[in-house]
Each structure stands twice: as structure tokens, then as C-alpha cells.
Design a protein around this ligand. Structure first.
Ligand code: ADP
Length: 475
């Protein structure tokens, strides 16, 4: 763990194992922190806040730029650490490292544009001045599916704003966090300004982070259930929160779309990270006129996908995070098959040969999915593409919006008016229009409804770490 500028063991001396999800092998062990370690980290961040918050934006930007350069220099090593503990194909790991580094550069630049305002007053003897100041000590809890970019997306803007940070990474992927904190240290982040607490049991750490009075802001990416629980705890102390939670993305293929092109885009985004992404399409709504052609093209692509260790050439499908994930995905697939869906590809766990040692599920296409099936309503977080036929634009809009989630949605159409109508009508925070990658460090990422509150990246992602202060000057 990295607390107050020192690499250290957990105060109880305990450790836990980090496993490779592709073969179950133990990679190494890391400190198993407890509440007392979280408290020490918070105190360090609190102690460092005064000096860090008074540094110039130019000073903070230089440090973030240096961290960005170090990430690019170590891209290959970071990608290897990522594939080792998380499982995604090495090509995807390199892309994540680049995406993660982008946040540091973007927020380094944006740090210099934390401007205030002078507002006109109705009184001649009054002046209004608006200042934007760092919110204070930030607690960050990050997930295992994007274990590097979810760190830079939070720590980048927090440091840019002048906040100090305590970060708890997911228990499955602490090694990426450790490598990132080495980079922050080398880049010159002063001691105490960033702190890392690793732990096998997140609950006591989470309880400390949500209850300690020095923490002024909690930023969380993970499941909706845990996010709601943490937000409720944080509310007791009126801490600010940003929550990036689950999704249940619709992917709408309209009658005027090219079904083959849509199937290519759909398969690329659906099976990215083996479906373990909050913006992964979970419901493919295909217009009746394109249904058969889309299914055929999607099935052809999915049937060719190779599962295995992310280090092997040609592998596009890595393991799921653990056995519980396999059971969840398989439970949804069994339920759908029992209720009349048909598996055009996959439909079961993969256990042949070396795959038996990891957590692998066959990339799956389910046709004939209907609202009585669990997969129609529940987030899957796995490699399953459920395909649903529709007839009418108003109906598909209503069906797509009929979910408690509101993160990402996708539309394929060549008709500009239709694209605009659907874009405006979909109740989701991120919408790809003939675009399967509507994300960037410069673009606001976040959801509505049960998908969370707040935005990451972009100008909005920096605002999350700033307080607005008004000065009224009588002259
Ligand atoms: P997932 O289902 O994707 O694993 P989780 O919400 O369980 O998502 O995990 C996301 C992050 O939240 C991880 O860092 C995990 O350790 C953390 N987490 C899980 N439960 C708690 C909790 N009770 N308190 C604090 N953090 C938690």
C-alpha cells in the first residue's frame, strides 16, 4: 500500500492473493488492508491537502503531464500487468492504457482553465465574484473491469482540481493500481496527496471512507447495489458523490441501417472485455426487415471468436472475472432458452482443455428474446448478445427506455431525422449513433436513473471535484 509517500504492509501484516482469471494461477500477494489503514491514508491525505490545494495549476499540470509520459513509456508493462490480473486480450489492454493516459493529459491541460467569474450586481455598490476551489479529500473506489482507466479518470481530475485522494482498487485487480501509484510517485506527486489502500474485504474500508469527516467527496465505479449503499452512507455525512454504476444498453438497428455493418459494430462493442463493461449492449433491437440478415451476420462473426488467455495470439474473448460471473451469465442464458430463445452461437461455459482452469463462457447469440426472460431486464456483464425483433419506431423507443438503467445506448440508421428523434428520445447518458465508441477523455461519461449520478471526463468531470464559492463585495 502507498500511504503518506511510503510503500508499506498492512498494519496487521496480512496479505491476499492475486489470481490470473485465465488459469487460476497465483500471480503474487498484496497487503490486505483494514479500517485502520484506511484511516491512516485519510489522515495523510487530509494533512497533505492544504499544501497541495495551494499549488498553482501549472505545477499540478506538470506533474500530471509527467505521469502521462511515464504511462506511455511503460505502456507494454502496464498492459501485461492488466492482462495478467484482469484477463483482457493484450491488444485491448494496450488500448486501455492509452485511454487511461489520455485522462491525465486532458486534465493536466484543463487544470489551467479552472476559472472564476465576476457577475454583475443590481446594486451599484456591490460586486460578485465566483471562485472555484477543490472540494477537499476525495475517496475513490474503482472496479476490476477497467482497472487502469477508472483510476486515472478519478485521480486525474481530483489532482488537477487540487484535491488529495485515498483510492481503494477492486480486490481482483490491485496490481494495476500499484503500478499506477508508482507512476504518481515518480511523477512527483507530493507525499500524502495520493494514497492507496488494497484490501480483500472492501466493506470496512468503504465504511471508513464514507464515515470519516475529512472525506468530502466519494467517487465510485461499480455495481448499482454497492453504489446505492455507499451513496446512502455518504448522505449521512452529506458528502458529495459521483456514481458510475450498471447499465443495460439497447442497440437499435433500424430498417434503413446496413445490417452487416451494424452486426460488425454490435459484435465489436458487445464482446469487448468479454461483455464486462457497463456500456456493453445488452439488448439488440432489430427491425423486422433486417432481423434475419443481422442475426446471420452477427452469428458468423461470433462463431469465429476465439476464447483463451489474453496473452495468446488471436484471442478475442478473455475469461470472466470469477466463477460467480459464469453462474450469473449461464443462469440468464438457461432461463432464456427454457422460455423459448434459441442459441445461434455459444450458450454454455467453455471447459475444454486449458480453458477448464479459467472462467470462460462461449460468446453467445440468443435469438427470439422476449420480455418474460430475465436477460431482457437484467444486466448480464458477460459475452451474450440477446436479439429482439421490433416493428415500429415508437415501440422500440418505449422498449429501449423500459429499464431502470440509463447509461449507454446505440442507434444504427442512415436517416438523419430518425437518428435525431431517437437521440432525443432515449433516456441514456451516452448515445452512439452509428458509433460504437462514444467515449473520450474530452467527452462527458455517465448515466441517468440507476446508472448513477455525475459525469467523468470532460469539463463536467473536473466540476465534480470543485466547490463554487461566491463573494459579495460591498464597495
Ligand atoms: P462488481 O459487481 O462489478 O464487482 P462491485 O460494486 O462489487 O462491482 O465492486 C466495485 C468496487 O466496489 C470494488 O472496488 C469493490 O471492492 C468495491 N466494493 C464492493 N463492496 C463494497 C462495500 N461494501 N464497500 C465499499 N466498497 C465495496
Amino acid at each position: 500500500m502507498y500511504i503518506d509517500g511510503e510503500w508499506q504492509s498492512a498494519s496487521g501484516g496480512k496479505t491476499f492473493e492475486v489470481l490470473n482469471p485465465a488459469d487460476g494461477a497465483v500471480i503474487t500477494t498484496v497487503p490486505d488492508g483494514a479500517a485502520v489503514d484506511a484511516r491512516r491514508a485519510i489522515e495523510a491525505a487530509d494533512g497533505a491537502f492544504g499544501a497541495w490545494s495551494r499549488t498553482t495549476a501549472y505545477f499540478r499540470a506538470d506533474i500530471l503531464q509527467k505521469a502521462h509520459r511515464l504511462m506511455l513509456e511503460r505502456k507494454e508493462d502496464l498492459a501485461h500487468t492488466l492482462t495478467g490480473e484482469q484477463g483482457k486480450p493484450i491488444r485491448s489492454a494496450r488500448i486501455e492504457v492509452q485511454y487511461a493516459a489520455d485522462f491525465l493529459q486532458w486534465f493536466a491541460e484543463e487544470a489551467k482553465r479552472i476559472n472564476g467569474e465576476i457577475l454583475p450586481s443590481a446594486r451599484n455598490d456591490q460586486r460578485f465574484m465566483v471562485l472555484r476551489q477543490p472540494v477537499g479529500v476525495v475517496a475513490a473506489i474503482t472496479p476490476w473491469n477497467y482497472p487502469i482507466s477508472m483510476i486515472t479518470r478519478k485521480v486525474g481530475p481530483a489532482l488537477a482540481a487540487g484535491c488529495t485522494v485515498v483510492l481503494k482498487p477492486a480486490e481482483a485487480t490491485p496490481l494495476c493500481a500499484i503500478e499506477m501509484f508508482k507512476i504518481f510517485e515518480e511523477a512527483g506527486v507530493p507525499k500524502g496527496a495520493v494514497n492507496l489502500v488494497t484490501a480483500s474485504d472492501p466493506k470496512p474500508i468503504g465504511a471508513e471512507l464514507t464515515s470519516h469527516p475529512a472525506i468530502r467527496k466519494l467517487t465510485f465505479t461499480g455495481s448499482t447495489a454497492v453504489g446505492k449503499m455507499l451513496a446512502a452512507e455518504a448522505a449521512g455525512r452529506m458528502k458529495r458523490v459521483s456514481m458510475e454504476l450498471g447499465g443495460h444498453a439497447p442497440f437499435i438497428v433500424c430498417e434503413d441501417a446496413d445490417p452487416v455493418h451494424a452486426a460488425k459494430g454490435g459484435s465489436l462493442v458487445k464482446f469487448l472485455n468479454t461483455g464486462q463493461a457497463c456500456i456493453s449492449p445488452n439488448r439488440f433491437y432489430v427491425h423486422r426487415s433486417n432481423y434475419d440478415a443481422f442475426l446471420e451476420a452477427l452469428t458468423a462473426r461470433v462463431s469465429k471468436m476465439k476464447a483463451g488467455s489474453g496473452f495468446e495470439d488471436g484471442v478475442g474473448i478473455g475469461p470472466l472475472v470469477n466463477e460467480a460471473a459464469i453462474e450469473k451469465v449461464d443462469g440468464q442464458v438457461r432461463d432464456a432458452l427454457t422460455k423459448g430463445a434459441k442459441a445461434f452461437a455459444g450458450g454454455a461455459p467453455l471447459t475444454d482443455g486449458a480453458l477448464s482452469k479459467g472462467h470462460f463462457y462461449a460468446p453467445t447469440v440468443l435469438a427470439g428474446v422476449t420480455p418474460d426472460m430475465r436477460i431482457y431486464h437484467e444486466e448480464t456483464f458477460g459475452p451474450v448478445a440477446p436479439v429482439i425483433r421490433y416493428d415500429d419506431e415508437d415501440d422500440v423507443l418505449a422498449m429501449a427506455n423500459d429499464t431502470e438503467y440509463g447509461l449507454a445506448a446505440y442507434i444504427y440508421t442512415q436517416n438523419l431525422s430518425r437518428a435525431m428523434r431517437l437521440f432525443e428520445g432515449l433516456k441514456f447518458g451516452i448515445i452512439g449513433i452509428n458509433d460504437i465508441n462514444p467515449t473520450s477523455a474530452a467527452a462527458p461519461f455517465g448515466g441517468m436513473k440507476n446508472s448513477g449520478v455525475g459525469r467523468e471526463g470532460a469539463r463536467e468531470g473536473l466540476d465534480e471535484y470543485l466547490e463554487t464559492k461566491l463573494g459579495g463585495f460591498a464597495i
